[in-house]
Design a protein around this ligand. Structure first.
Ligand code: G3P
Ligand code: CA
Length: 333
């Protein structure tokens, strides 16, 4: 294919994929609780290989064998949910070159941040942007090629890929800054549930997990939907046996930092988190497996598969990773 057509194709391919989403084909069997653990969860897509939160990154993850794709959700000015890790998008898009005058300063959940914020842009404006790689030490070969997807785009993609592959492709949305967004009149939970209900996914056995670092919105969601909820935890007080029993009153599982499970590098002694969570009736999904020296614990000696093996040995139920292909390989060995 000539180069100029290749670049056009790259831009329209996601749209062609979406156009096929409503097409015929058998509905894949839902991922029930019977799906073999541990689940492979593509963290922000195959984000080690493609710019995070792009349809191309999610599709690659499914091709690599991921069970779930993970969109983090924030809102646009006109109330549309889009997939971005945070509402400040200067680090993951070309917004600085296209809307330089719209830079501003905000306090988000206590942090003062300078940049460009999704809630200040309409979806039409955000559709003019292209994604770029966040981390300097990862490939930038795909910068400027891919659109910012809406949550509905992600659900369409998962449905389309699931039908094509004959297996359900799970979606694992995370509500980002939910209290902040509700405070500025752009709540995340209602449009998220509407989008899931519109596709018949408001079921306990739907291939969907809803996650949040906040507990307030999960406690409310537990009264509004049967979709399984995951409480993200990042501190020791959140994972005491008592705290875990409380989480079990509204959530299906916890999403824990790997270090909370395997211990830090200085001790290298696994904690009782998985056993305590299982005793409380909770599943445990670990985040985030990344092979680069900046992230991988030193005791694995540079071998990311060793991390997979240790977490599996400890009984983890799901693994979030930027390189789902590596997790799949690690699970096979
Ligand atoms: O959602 C699990 C994990 O993704 C949490 O970390 O910051 O990448 O959303 P973050
Ligand atoms: Ca996340």
């Amino acid at each position: 294919m000539p180069k100029r057509f290749r670049s056009i194709f790259r831009l329209v391919a996601p749209l062609m994929l979406l156009a096929c989403a409503s097409g015929a084909g058998p509905r894949p069997a839902p991922i029930g609780t019977s799906l073999a653990a541990p689940l492979v969860i593509a963290h922000r897509g195959a984000s080690g290989h493609r710019p995070e939160h792009t349809l191309e990154g999610y599709a690659l993850a499914v091709q690599m064998g991921a069970d779930f794709i993970e969109p983090d959700l924030v809102s646009t000015k006109d109330g549309v949910l889009i997939a971005r890790h945070e509402n400040e998008i200067g680090g993951t898009t070309d917004v600085a070159t296209k809307f330089s005058s719209r830079r501003t300063r905000k306090v988000i959940d206590g942090d003062t941040i300078n940049g460009w914020f999704t809630e200040d842009f309409t979806l039409a404006e955000l559709r003019t942007l292209r994604a770029k790689e966040r981390l300097s030490f990862r490939s930038h070969a795909h910068d400027g090629q891919f659109l910012i997807p809406t949550f509905d785009d992600v659900l369409s993609l998962a449905d389309s890929l699931g039908r094509r592959r004959g297996r359900a492709v799970g979606v694992y949305p995370e509500t980002k800054h939910p209290t902040y967004f509700r405070g500025v009149g752009l709540p995340i939970e209602e449009p998220m549930l509407r989008a899931l209900r519109a596709r018949g996914l408001d079921r306990a056995d739907a291939p969907v997990f809803i996650q949040s670092f906040e507990s307030g919105n999960l406690r409310v969601l537990a009264t509004q939907t049967r979709i399984r909820l995951i409480q993200l935890v990042s501190s020791a007080p959140q994972v005491t046996p008592t705290a875990l029993r409380d989480i079990a009153t509204y959530a299906y599982g916890v999403g824990a930092n790997t270090r909370q499970i395997v211990g830090d590098d200085s001790s290298a002694v696994p904690t009782s988190l998985i056993a305590d969570a299982h005793d409380a009736g909770l599943r445990v999904h670990a985040w985030t497996l990344r092979p680069e020296p900046l992230f991988l614990a030193k005791r694995y000696g540079g071998d990311p598969l060793a991390e997979v093996r240790e977490l599996v040995r400890l009984g983890v139920d799901g693994l979030f990773g930027d390189y789902p292909d590596q997790i799949v390989t690690g699970l096979r060995k």
